[in-house]
Design a protein around this ligand. Structure first.
Ligand code: ZN
Length: 66
């Protein structure tokens, strides 16, 4: 299903959007739109949550030495 395949951006860029009716058939997936390339896609919420957590910890933690 081309319309719902993932874009090459980081999952952390995905934002939740309202699901279409037929997506009730796939309750383990959520519908997202990429904030970078604006592509709509289905993804597992855990994948996105993990990616967001990693991105957040990278922003908060590791800083380049000066
Ligand atoms: Zn993207």
């Amino acid at each position: 299903m081309k319309a719902t395949s993932a874009c090459p951006c980081e999952p952390a860029h995905l934002a939740r959007v309202q699901r279409r009716l037929w997506m009730r058939l796939l309750p383990w997936l959520r519908y997202y739109q990429c904030e970078k390339c604006h592509k709509y896609q289905l993804a597992k919420p855990l994948t996105v949550d993990n990616a967001r957590a990693i991105a957040a910890s990278e922003r908060a933690g590791v800083r380049p030495a000066s």
